[in-house]
Design a protein around this ligand. Structure first.
Ligand code: PRT
Ligand code: ZN
Length: 288
């Protein structure tokens, strides 16, 4: 275990997690050089250093303490079964692990997989699913291009990561069971020393502020004073909406924060209540 007090953060060197991982640290205001070919980089304004690794290696390095924390897909975290703590779900790189079979094959339920050969890079998660379902099947572990296995006669079915589903379709396969849902997670070495735990908490504080901001909008609108009560009831705000008088008598401006989730319903309700000149502005950071 390193005695360096800075937090060692493992992120994917190049792949589907890289861009969003780099963006997350950038939005957290942490500056470091991520130029291609680098293995390691020290942040200039935060006690952290970054290790650029293959995603499959990250849980092991975090378990061993070579890295203190890391970002991986939950699929990799669960499959590698390393002793790491899942600290936070990051909400990006969402995908699912599904079983698919040739388009023309009949399928009534998991029992159709009995005694079938299933090709996958996820034998642990698949094995667990089959055991839970009471299905005995032959798991063929292959490391890449799983989707071509049925076409070349290597397997009867596949169990692979699906995002849009187009890879399955273009290989003549249909998705029949979703066995696991995944997103990127921040994992940590269990029992980090207090100093590093502190830095991790600081990092988490920033990540939460970035995520809260991304799921909220700042809204400014004008309303006749007799509509204020109805409008305020529609707008929770951080504590409560701000109401300030306009120079036009009988009118006020109302400022608040809206969640992205029910945004359009709220806008419709606000308009119906008499709101005018509605401005919606992105929020960069949000500290509750
Ligand atoms: O080189 P390294 O080992 O670091 O990377 P890798 O090639 O093993 O992983 P990478 O970069 O492909 O994926 C990293 C992580 O991204 C995965 O572990 C998942 O958590 C997540 N993720 C999200 C995906 C996908 N979406 C995805 N679509 N991982 C893989 N795919 C592949 C899938 O294997 C299949 O071949 O994309 C194809 C399916 O995509 P659709 O859109 O056609 O359904
Ligand atoms: Zn990988």
């Amino acid at each position: 275990m390193s005695t360096n007090p800075s937090l060692r953060i493992a992120i994917q060197k190049s792949g589907r997690l890289s861009e969003d991982s780099l963006r997350l640290f950038k939005e957290c205001g942490i500056k470091f050089d991520s130029g291609t070919g680098r293995l390691k980089s020290v942040a200039s304004n935060f006690p952290a250093e970054f290790l650029f690794l293959r995603d499959d290696d990250i849980p092991g390095y975090v378990e061993d303490g070579v890295a203190d924390v890391g970002i991986v897909g939950e699929n990799v975290q669960v499959e590698t079964a390393k002793a790491v703590e899942v600290v936070y779900k990051l909400g990006f790189s969402k995908c699912r692990l599904s079983i698919a079979i040739p388009r023309g094959d009949p399928y009534e339920g998991v029992q159709n997989l009995q005694n079938k050969r299933i090709a996958t890079s996820y034998p642990v998660i698949l094995g667990q699913f089959l055991a839970e379902q009471g299905v005995r099947a032959d798991i063929h572990e292959i490391s890449g291009s799983v989707e071509i296995a049925p076409g070349i006669g290597l397997a009867d079915a596949v169990c692979d990561i699906v995002s849009s589903g187009s890879t399955l379709i273009s290989n003549g396969l249909k998705e029949v069971e979703t066995i696991f849902r995944s997103e990127a997670v921040l994992i940590a070495h269990p029992g980090l020393p207090a100093e590093k735990r502190n830095t991790l908490d600081q990092l988490l504080f920033r990540i939460k502020a970035v995520q809260a901001a991304a799921s909220s909008k700042y809204i400014v609108l004008n309303a006749p004073n007799n509509a204020i009560e109805t409008i305020v009831a529609l707008l929770p705000g951080m504590k409560a909406p701000t109401v300030v008088p306009l120079s036009t008598p009988g009118w006020s401006a109302i400022h608040s924060v809206l969640s992205e989730e029910d945004f359009w319903e709220k806008i419709d309700a606000l308009r119906a209540a008499g709101a005018e000149g509605i401005l919606v502005v992105p929020i960069e950071k949000m500290i509750r």
